[in-house]
Design a binder for this molecule. Structure first.
Ligand code: G4P
Ligand code: NA
Ligand code: NA
Length: 194
């Protein structure tokens, strides 16, 4: 997605060889116009898949997921990372290991919002090692629903997540794919379709 790649080049800050900061439009301040365009692009890529629900994870997955849900006309569920006062019964849970924080976290979704007949699109802001995505797949499968695919805003193709998910047979659609963050430069994978 050309608009997104341009935004990353203009506003992204390479913190290290492995980490891109995009706090000005995705992870802290949010650019609603860009999010709307991102939602439209996810909807375009998955419109033939009969999606009935979108599942994401708090917090930065919510904005792109809501825009995609608006465009596809489906509800959006976000998995919670922290214990909730009200979300206590009939939880579908999974364990997610964070390489950045080197800790295991539990994520949870209420079983009342996912049915075995649902066809789910999973959306997240970043794909790095794929731990969050695998946790979300696990939760969707526990509900009996099917995973139709994964939509990612920014994929770091040099980390293992994208390949591992594809090896699991999951369709991964990433709107920007980063080849490298070396020497303070963002380089994209060459084969973008637009
Ligand atoms: P993994 O799920 O792919 O294994 O990722 P990892 O544990 O390495 O990442 C933990 C958090 O860091 C996630 O957000 C993930 O989206 C984010 N992240 C990973 N790589 C980058 C990067 O290069 N740039 C930015 N900006 N974020 C990255 P989170 O802690 O769940 O935060 P949030 O969703 O509440 O914002
Ligand atoms: Na994030
Ligand atoms: Na995220």
């Amino acid at each position: 997605m050309k608009l997104l790649r341009e935004k990353i080049q203009d506003e992204g800050i390479v913190l290290t060889d492995g980490v891109l900061k995009v706090d000005s439009f995705l992870n802290h301040q949010i650019d609603p116009k860009l999010m709307k365009a991102i939602g439209c692009e996810f909807a375009r890529r998955f419109k033939e898949n009969g999606i009935t629900k979108i599942v994401t994870i708090e917090s930065s997955g919510i904005a792109p997921a809501v825009m995609a849900g608006l465009e596809l006309g489906v509800k959006v569920i976000f998995a919670r990372k922290r214990k909730s006062l009200t979300l206590t019964n009939n939880l579908l849970v999974s364990s997610v290991y964070s390489f950045t924080k080197q800790e295991e976290n539990t994520i949870a979704v209420s079983s009342q919002f996912l049915n075995a007949s649902d066809k789910v699109l999973i959306i997240d802001d970043f794909l790095a090692n794929g731990e969050a995505a695998k946790g979300l797949i696990d939760i969707v499968k526990k509900s009996g629903a099917s995973v139709e695919g994964i939509g990612i805003v920014i994929e770091k193709s040099f980390q293992k997540g994208a390949n591992e998910l594809k090896e699991l047979g999951v369709r991964v659609e990433s709107l920007a794919r980063i080849q490298s963050l070396k020497e303070g430069q963002v380089s994209f994978v060459e084969d973008h379709e637009d």
